[in-house]
Design a protein around this ligand. Structure first.
Ligand code: SF4
Length: 553
């Protein structure tokens, strides 16, 4: 395995003497952690602090005891355990790692060190299913306050203080929730003033051959999305929308000297400097790859440049089966522009077109599927039109369909979860439509797995005993044993006044705005995207007021 740290060999491990040892735990396989930007930002922040000695832990099911990949030390030796929670499926693994290390799992039964904290996107989405195992969570962007939390804990530990003292110290800091000590709701810590500029774009510190994105420096281009798609939690929890400045990204590339860069962002084609930056990379012979693109942001110039520099496949999001569904989810989508983009992609000789869609919308019906059937015929015709007489161009259209998980902090948090039988029927239908075309392929998410995700995403502390059991026997078996609870969590009715588990947090987007978007979903009404001139000029979702409040509310 080869691994570089910020373009250089990794620095030697720090001596533990006079420092707080920190286990930074990514409860997934190493290849995922090494391809996750947020976790790497936290590592860099901790590694730069001389009071801390940080080591990395990943989930390795073959190891009976969790050990640091840096020193081989046992997790049980670390006084501070910091989880990076990126997927709801991490919950049972996080509990199992504590148990395997001989650490008492429930925080209430663990009065002394280690102190167990969690951060990451799931921590400010809905961490409450796993909250009984945690002494606290950090809610928000690491660069907006994690350093102060670490210093507070390090000072207490190095001075010989107890865990309770450390928790008292950090409980009032911005973004920290220590149950029973912090005033609630706890406000998300955000490193933005609403100016639209992403002040500290994230970038990988580890460039590794072991990563899912092999030997690639990941670089954050924008954070937060202006479009307000009603199913998208990232659209809420990363608000306000911000773009990096090209000079800042050029400076990172110049320092790290990567061979390949992966651009990461919620709305890549909205970044005005995208093409100039890609040209700058190409001049330096740095390869690049882009995450999914919006059809309406694909200019001829951008597509031509991507093809010229070796890109062979393009991913476009279709999201819903019909025009009506796409409008309800607030997706500004022109069928004509989409088909024109397909035709151009084919004309420019891209070999593969990946399409992404979601099924399981609250009111999705046979009519929507029938419209999708017609639209697939149009897509096939558009790619063939682009191929021309040479019969070259898009040779493979790959349709990937996932199941709607109505998530916290989206207008769809009020929606009923989709029925598993209905999801299976939808998948069968899409598969049969796609199967009629030569050169088209279908991949559908397993509705059973989606149901597991829905349970984890929508549950609160009441599902913790089921997670404890899942740490022993696996989630599917545990959910079968807790069938009544699972049914309750998945099918409890929510109305305007329902208090959700995640209402103990305040992520900045107002509940009033989210509910009005839910009403608009049902009426098929659209909401305009965030304007370019920022929150002050908009005041639609509440972020303007949130950002103007002093830390702590
Ligand atoms: S206040 Fe307006 S510009 Fe700011 S995040 Fe909300 S919708 Fe977007």
């Amino acid at each position: 395995m080869s691994e570089l740290y910020c373009g250089r060999a990794a620095p030697p491990l720090k001596d533990w003497g006079g420092r707080l040892p920190v286990a930074l735990v990514f409860p997934e396989a190493a290849e995922h952690g090494l391809s996750t930007l947020g976790w790497q930002v936290v590592y860099r922040l901790l590694a730069a602090n001389e009071q801390l000695a940080v080591e990395r832990f990943f989930w390795d099911p073959t190891s009976p005891r969790p050990r640091s990949v840096d020193s081989g030390r046992d997790l049980g030796l670390f006084p501070l355990i910091l989880y990076s929670l990126n997927f709801e499926g991490d919950f049972p693994i996080a509990l199992k790692l504590l148990d395997d290390a001989g650490i008492t799992v429930r925080a209430a039964d663990r009065p002394s060190w280690p102190l167990v904290l969690a951060g990451g996107p799931v921590a400010f989405l809905n961490p409450f299913p796993v909250m009984p195992a945690l002494d606290g969570i950090f809610v928000g962007e690491a660069e907006a306050g994690l350093a102060a939390v670490m210093e507070g804990i390090a000072r207490t530990w190095i001075g010989g203080g107890g865990k309770g003292e450390a928790l008292d110290t950090i409980s009032k800091l911005p973004g920290v929730l220590v149950p029973g000590k912090s005033p609630e709701p706890v406000r998300r810590a955000v490193s933005a003033g609403g100016s639209g500029v992403l002040a500290n774009p994230a970038f990988s510190c580890f460039v590794s051959s072991q990563a899912q994105f092999r030997d690639m420096l990941l670089l954050e281009v924008n954070r937060g999305c202006p479009y307000g798609c009603r199913f998208c939690a990232a659209g809420s929890i990363y608000k306000p929308p911000r773009h990096a400045e090209m000079e800042a990204l050029q400076d990172i590339v110049a320092r790290c000297e990567p061979h390949k860069v992966g651009l990461v962002g919620t709305a890549l084609t909205d970044w005005p400097d995208l093409l100039p930056f890609l040209r700058w990379l190409a001049e330096r012979k740095v390869k690049f790859s882009l995450s999914s693109l919006r059809a309406d942001g694909l200019t001829d110039e951008l597509l031509g440049f991507l093809r010229h520099t070796g890109t062979r496949s393009v991913t476009l999001a279709l999201e819903g089966a019909s025009r009506r569904l796409r409008k309800a989810m607030n997706k500004r989508f022109s069928e004509e522009a989409f088909l024109e983009a397909v035709s151009r992609i084919s004309r420019l000789q891209f070999g593969t077109l990946k399409l992404y869609m979601i099924t399981g919308w609250p009111d999705e019906s046979e009519e929507d599927w029938a419209e999708f059937e017609e639209f697939m015929a149009c897509i096939d015709a558009a790619r063939k039109a682009g191929q021309g007489n040479r019969k070259k161009g898009v040779e493979l259209v790959s349709l990937s369909v996932s199941c709607l998980v109505p998530k916290a902090w989206t207008p769809l948090q009020w929606a009923d979860v989709p029925d598993e039988g209905r999801l299976k029927a939808a998948m069968r239908r899409f598969k049969s439509i796609v199967g009629r075309y030569k050169g088209m392929r279908f991949a559908g998410e397993n509705p059973g797995q989606a149901r597991v995700q829905m349970f984890l995403a929508r549950g609160g502390e009441e599902i913790f005993p089921c997670l404890e059991r899942a740490a022993e026997v696996g989630l599917p078996s545990a959910m079968r044993e807790w069938d009544a609870l699972v049914h309750d969590v998945l099918h409890r009715h929510a109305d305007r006044d329902t208090v959700f588990p995640w209402d103990r947090l305040d992520i900045g987007v107002s509940r009033k705005f989210l509910y009005s978007e839910w009403v608009k979903y049902r009426r098929g009404l659209v909401t305009p995207p965030c304007p370019e001139d920022g929150c002050e000029a908009c005041r639609l979702c509440g972020m303007d007021e949130f950002l103007s409040l002093p830390d702590g509310g």
